[in-house]
Design a protein around this ligand. Sequence first.
Ligand SMILES: NC(=O)c1ccc[n+]([C@@H]2O[C@H](COP(=O)([O-])OP(=O)(O)OC[C@H]3O[C@@H](n4cnc5c(N)ncnc54)[C@H](O)[C@@H]3O)[C@@H](O)[C@H]2O)c1
Length: 425
Amino acid sequence: MEQKTCRIGCIGMGGRGRGMMEMLMSVPGVIVPAVCDLVEERIDNGIKSVKERNNGEYEVHGYSDYKTMFEMEDLDAVYVATTWITHIHIAIDAMKAGLHVGLEVGGAASIDECFQLVRTSEETGKFCMLMENCCYDRKEMATLNMVKQGIFGEIIHCEGGYRHDLRDEIVLGRENIHGRLVNFMHRNGELYPTHEIGPIAKVLDINRGNRFVSLVSMSSKSKGLNEWIKNNKGTDYDLYGYDWCCGDITTTIIKCANGETITINHDCCLPRPYSREFMVQGTKGLIKEVESAVGDDAVIYLDGISEEAHSWEYFNEKYRAKYEHPLWREDDTVNFVGGHGGMDYLILAAFAESVQLDAKPPIDVYDTATWMVITALSEESVAKGGAPVTFPDFTDGKWVEREPYRRGRYCLDEICLDYFEGEEK
Ligand SMILES: NC(=O)c1ccc[n+]([C@@H]2O[C@H](COP(=O)([O-])OP(=O)(O)OC[C@H]3O[C@@H](n4cnc5c(N)ncnc54)[C@H](O)[C@@H]3O)[C@@H](O)[C@H]2O)c1
């Protein structure tokens, strides 16, 4: 398909924003004519990155105020990779300025800002797509494929987590101008739910025939950051002994309208290997991420199909070839080494395609608000000692009968085989 050119401005030139912008420029048809950050050095670095990649084919301008950027530039969309408490406000302003939005991940600070996000998208006709790259990771996509084929039967329970030792990134937020620090100082709850909840929500058809109804959330005590400071910065460091608001581990249980339960864990302040703990379990079996496995592996058990009763099998060995999502069968994806092993490129390509076609994105504003609001609800539940908190329905009841999603290669509501050459229809 011929690629229409689209012009995407990039806001937030920290490590994530700049890295993703560089990759975005490798998506056919994408032009990045403007970058924005509050820090001058980061604007300069962003401009340099664009110039190193655009072969002098177009000019690139830098801005410290995104609203000025909206006024001065002729853009189709923006990619926003700022901080958790600025994302939604920038997205709202961008849609009001007539731009589609790709929003980096993070949790919302309030229910109200999520409603504003949804209403602005509805009123302006501009989309806001959460850039939840984990929806496009290999094992999550294969699992989605298997769920859609009914391999696990009826889904009953899912689990996930963001288990990532970020102690240095959090504590050194002032030295490195990083946004996480203030959140861990002042907020207690599930601060980063979307890496695991995005793929789970797509597995469970959330906002399309199903919805999150309520959650309960509890946080542990906070010891990990002070222990890290003592061992790495010494007890004279001014944050040593700080009364950190965020518990080291926050556990949240979500109940869905169709009866499923989901458990998620936020775990960034203790020493441990990375894991998203992805698990999907149904009446016929389950798949479960193997923590820190080489090659993105998982274990699986299928009733009556697995060779030995009550025994795990390795997903890669026996099932991957059969159930790989067609996007991951393609050479250019599998051989793509950058950006979390390929999923970053896929989400950028999905975003760019929606901008180019001026069409619905695979993760829409209802998904975005529903996944992000978990943070605000979790904070409320934690503050009330783990009390149940109900989810707002951002669709205003339309979840029982929604307009159709857009089918395509990047669709996360269906595996659209007819969009892939050589796949059996
Ligand atoms: N999807 C992923 O795998 C992934 C990975 C890393 C980070 N992230 C997300 O990406 C976002 C950015 O992460 P990071 O590590 O680069 O964070 P960061 O804090 O290092 O960078 C944020 C940048 O945004 C700038 N900024 C803040 N407010 C701004 C405003 N109003 N206008 C313009 N610029 C502004 C800051 O100056 C900073 O340079 C975060 O939300 C993070 O959660 C996602």
